[in-house]
Design a protein around this ligand. Structure first.
Ligand SMILES: Cc1cc2nc3c(=O)[nH]c(=O)nc-3n(C[C@H](O)[C@H](O)[C@H](O)COP(=O)(O)O)c2cc1C
Length: 459
């Protein structure tokens, strides 16, 4: 309705509206909505925007970090800033050193309405690790033009300038708009890098075929048009759906600590990151979430009821107390054994030999809940963390535990999964012989996709 209203306005009004929207850091549609809302509330005329103070209302717009690489198509990236902003997002711009040969930081800053960034070692922004803020304080990173050089750096994890450091540090979705000479695009090295990046879960728009900037050159390598890139970005930014609204979801995360005596314990290397990410994603999807976590150094996710425990037995008690639930996801790395009869006082080192520690089996939380008759969640999902024979062990676990799905991940030290920020998962389901293997992605992305999959199965 807002866009209909805008289209019908005369040119002068439209121009004034655009200026007002730009000053307030809003899209034209959002500006119209704000004016209509304020009029509806009979709040009198909207206050004049205080340009020096920035946006008049706290912005809830999605945020995009746009990296402009050093290619001829960089001039189109200036238009892309406008195309993105007119759709609502805030845009923060990074220019590589090479990009500054093609467009100026001043032009990019003026269009973005905020100073752009060019230097990894800028004392004005790096006093508090500004590159991490640029990497994570956004909802999406767009690279346009994505040069052959930037893609090679990304594919190999290099981080020797601001753009590549941000790309390595981000855990947000990344959209690349490649642009280069067709010979560079078809070069075996670029083919390898593109394949690797796709496998890493990076999104691409283009390149398209057409005339090159170089005389008499044509082929595949032209950057997609700014409107196409903006559309692809907006698709990735779609407002979070709430497919789990009205559902109760129970999640476990982290290790357990099994006491030997009051100061010592048996533990494992689980960081809890994957379980916490799933809890956050389920909450974003609208679920009422209880997260029962072993000892981890992670902050409570927003809108999640977090219950902190130490041992496996405590975890089982809290899990049972959190039922009923529509879905239960057991991502915790629960210790299989505890020390039988943990000492009440610190065990002293003696010259007589080693302490006689005996192990006892811990309760099997996943099997206990999966095999429950009454009050069994409709969907019970276990995690299998294995260091060898991943799929075979996961299939055996699926059968043994009586759960509906097993999410298998390789936690051998070489995988970097335990404690790391990325994961490669395989989903095995009780009623299917097939294994659904996902490419490597951030634990946050795994969580989002897993939650979407869970919502689908609960429909
Ligand atoms: C006139 C000119 C045009 C260029 N156009 C492109 C291009 O379209 N795509 C590309 O990948 N590299 C292009 N390059 C090469 C890059 O600028 C070069 O690889 C640079 O190191 C990229 O740096 P960046 O990836 O940090 O931005 C061009 C170089 C020049 C001199």
């Amino acid at each position: 309705m807002a866009s209909l209203t805008v289209r019908k306005l005369d040119d002068d009004l439209k121009a004034r509206l655009r200026v007002r929207a730009a000053r307030n850091g809003r899209s034209v549609e959002d500006e119209v909505r704000t004016i209509l809302r304020e009029a509806g509330e009979d709040a009198g005329p909207p206050p004049a925007p205080d340009v020096a103070a920035g946006p008049a209302v706290p912005s809830v717009a999605p945020r995009i970090t746009l990296i402009i690489g050093g290619g001829i198509a960089a001039y189109k990236a200036l238009d892309l800033i406008r195309r993105l902003k007119e759709r609502g997002p805030e845009v923060r711009v990074i220019l590589t050193r090479a990009a500054q040969q093609f467009v100026t930081p001043l032009a990019a800053s003026a269009l973005a309405h905020t100073p752009c960034h060019t230097d990894l070692f800028d004392p004005r922004s790096e006093f508090d690790a500004g590159h991490i803020r640029l990497a994570r304080g956004c909802d999406l990173v767009v690279v346009a033009p994505a040069t052959a050089d930037l893609m090679a750096k990304m594919a190999n994890g290099l981080a020797d300038d601001l753009a590549s450091a941000v790309l390595l540090a981000t855990d947000r979705p990344v959209l690349l708009a490649p642009a280069m000479n067709p010979a560079m695009w078809t070069n075996a090295a670029t083919r390898r890098n593109v394949a690797r990046l796709k496998q890493d879960g990076v999104h691409l728009v283009g390149p398209s075929a057409g005339e090159m900037a170089e005389a008499n050159e044509a082929g595949v390598g032209r950057m997609s048009e700014p409107t196409e890139i903006a559309l692809a970005a907006m698709t990735l930014l779609k407002p979070a759906a709430t497919p789990l609204k009205g559902r109760r979801v129970l999640i476990t995360a982290g290790p357990t600590h099994e006491p030997i005596d009051p100061v010592r314990y048996i533990a494992n290397r689980s960081s809890g990151k994957q379980g916490f990410a799933i809890a956050a994603a389920a909450a974003r999807a609208g679920a009422e979430v209880t997260l029962v976590s072993g000892p981890v150094g992670l902050a409570d996710p927003a809108d999640v009821n977090v219950v902190r425990v130490e041992s496996a037995r405590e975890m089982l008690a809290k899990v049972e107390a959190a039922l009923p639930a529509d879905a239960a996801i057991f991502a915790a790395a629960v210790a299989d054994w505890r020390v039988a009869g943990a000492a009440a006082q610190k065990i002293k080192k003696t010259v007589d030999g080693l302490p006689d520690l005996k192990l006892a089996e811990n309760p099997d939380i996943l099997a206990t809940i999966a095999k429950r008759g009454e009050g069994r969640p409709r969907l019970v999902v276990g995690f299998a963390a294995e260091t060898e024979n991943l799929i075979a062990h996961a299939r055996a676990k699926l059968m043994r535990k009586g759960c509906d799905w097993i999410v298998a991940n390789d936690v051998s030290p070489a995988s970097g999964v335990m404690g790391g920020d990325r994961n490669v998962i395989h989903i095995l389901m009780r009623d299917s012989e097939e294994v659904e293997s996902w490419p490597a992605m951030s634990k946050q992305e795994v969580a989002d996709r897993l939650v979407a999959r869970i919502a689908q199965s609960l429909q």
